[in-house]
Ligand binder design. Structure first.
Ligand code: FES
Length: 176
């Protein structure tokens, strides 16, 4: 089945976690905590095919405000594909990047909105985290793995913006 992430199409299967699909394809998505429902950077907005995903779980209900849920927001580290069909989504970090590049004046309002949506869920979030038993070693391993992926993404971003004319340059915008 097809899944579109940040306007690019990828293959996905039932059972795949949204975060893993994005990571495998080096798509722009946040996952500072390595997928352990701690950092809130993996938010995505599902524009199409939300009914094909797993229902909101306890972590998502604790983190996501009613407002964000009504806008189709999911935590990519928690949501998995449950049925075949077409899914289209955009990561919040990509949305912010696009806003920064195209409508920077909207960033302050966007940050205020997201801050407010987090504030209204603080008690639920704290309650959830207080009763979790985390495997600290596994979390640290996931974080380190996430940092490695982040460096790869940065490398790709630099490479794709390169305009050098050397033979060794692999950049897509390589000139003549
Ligand atoms: S909350 Fe950190 S990756 Fe989902």
């Amino acid at each position: 089945m097809q899944i579109t992430i940040n306007k690019k199409q990828y293959e996905a299967n039932v059972g795949d976690r949204l975060l893993d699909i994005a990571r495998i394809n080096h798509e722009h998505i946040g996952y500072f905590c390595g997928g352990n429902a701690l950092c809130q950077t993996c938010y995505v907005r599902v524009l199409e095919g939300g009914e094909l995903l797993s229902p909101l779980n306890e972590e998502e209900n604790a983190f996501l405000s009613d407002n964000l849920i009504s806008e189709g927001t999911r935590m990519a580290c928690q949501a998995t594909v449950e049925k075949t069909g077409t899914i289209t989504m955009v990561s919040v970090v990509e949305e912010v990047k696009q806003m920064f590049e195209n409508e920077p004046l909207q960033l302050a309002g966007y940050a205020a909105k997201m801050g407010w949506e987090a504030v209204v869920k603080v008690s639920d979030t704290l309650w959830l985290q207080s009763k979790r038993e985390l495997d600290l070693f596994a979390v640290i391993s996931d974080v380190i793995s996430g940092i490695g992926d982040a460096f790869q993404l940065i490398g790709r971003a630099i490479e794709s913006s390169c305009c050098c004319k050397t033979e060794s340059c692999k950049c897509e915008t390589k000139m003549g």
